[in-house]
Design a protein around this ligand. Structure first.
Ligand code: TXD
Length: 319
């Protein structure tokens, strides 16, 4: 069986980390792509030179030519610009929308059968635009944010309770922005919902609220510390989990931005919900029951995403 091919469009902080993780996990051959000539080639050479130490066989190459993406099985898109301190994800909309147009055309031409994972911000609007620009089927184009936001939530819970991260399972829905919806009822420690953990007195209600807010601000906290870019290790790891579930048909249930066609009462928008990811791409949206407060918070988040999509349509009328 031939090795799988993974194309990374954008070879910056996340792109380079994606390549490293994909190689370490033996997911397939890797092509790094960027408009800045030299960067993808340099990172590819550097990563290839770590192969003798790590023992991975992947071929890792760098390019600025779309034709080198030919027949990729997975395409992960990080092309665009990240936030600077004080910027919101939405401030990136106009510039990154133009990038999605170029990238969408490149994918349509050279890798129309690929499973595409978009990471570029503002995430939900960019993955929506990328699907439109590329014309690929909606089940083949997803956005990564929920795995990262949930992972941040998990980390804060495990840290607060001083328990193993292995026993924490947390869950965040909605758009990847200030309105994201961390769900304590569906987040557990060894199967115990956080709402029960509060009732048991293991964590105070105030602490839980604090953790929820810190999760919502998780990206900004890192932007504020780094000053010259945004988070990249955890975002890369999260996207690789999605790629691996697709490539190995693992059928993991992961929160991801997917196209909703009536599920959760939403139609025609991408937003973060739990979804089964397997060889068929985004195979099944898992429609969990939301109580009225959760539904209200989710609807608000969907509204924020729809606002961004409207802004995209104004900038690019062909969308
Ligand atoms: O959860 C999430 N989805 C995210 C999203 C978490 C963290 C960061 N998130 C967003 O990912 C962030 O706001 C950015 O929009 C992307 C990529 O972040 P990264 O930290 O990797 O940014 P870099 O290091 O600036 O890399 C972007 C690369 C850079 O090398 C540019 O030269 C390249 O993108 N770029 C392009 N490549 C191809 N084609 C075009 N048009 C292009 N424009 C820029």
């Amino acid at each position: 069986m031939a090795r799988k091919k993974i194309a990374l469009i954008g070879s910056g902080q996340i792109g380079g980390t994606l390549a490293h993780l994909a190689a370490l996990k033996d997911l397939g051959d890797i092509v790094l792509f960027d408009i800045v000539d030299g960067v993808p080639q340099g990172k590819a050479l550097d990563l290839s030179q770590s192969a003798p130490v790590e023992g991975y066989d992947a071929s890792i190459t760098g390019t600025s030519k779309y034709e080198d993406l030919k027949d990729a099985d997975v395409v992960i898109v990080t092309a665009g610009v990240p936030r600077k301190p004080g910027m919101s994800r939405d401030d990136l909309l106009e510039i990154n929308l133009k990038v999605m147009e170029q990238v969408g055309a490149g994918i349509a031409k050279y890798a129309p059968k690929a499973f595409v994972i978009c990471i570029t911000n503002p995430l939900d609007a960019m993955v929506w635009a990328l699907q439109k620009f590329s014309g690929l089927p909606t089940n083949q184009v997803v956005g990564m944010a929920g795995v990262l936001d949930s992972s941040r939530f998990c980390h804060f819970i495990a840290d607060e309770l001083n328990v193993s991260i292995q026993d924490v399972n947390a869950f965040v829905m909605g758009g990847h922005g200030d309105t994201m919806v961390p769900l304590p009822r569906y987040s557990t420690v060894a199967g115990i919902p956080l709402t029960d953990i509060v009732k048991m007195g293991w964590m105070s209600k105030e602490k839980l609220e604090e953790i929820i807010q810190r999760t919502r601000d998780g990206g900004a906290e890192i932007v504020g510390l780094l000053k010259t870019g945004s988070a990249f290790y955890a975002p890369a790891t999260s996207a690789i989990a999605m790629a691996e579930s697709y490539l190995k048909d693992k059928k993991r249930v992961l929160p991801a931005a997917v196209y909703l066609n009536g599920e959760f009462g939403v139609k025609g928008t991408y937003v973060g919900v739990p979804v089964v990811i397997g060889a068929g791409g985004a195979e099944k949206v898992v429609e969990i029951a939301l109580n009225s407060a959760e539904q209200k918070a989710f609807d608000k988040s969907v509204g924020a995403v729809e606002g961004l999509i409207e802004a995209c349509k104004k900038i690019a009328p062909k969308l």
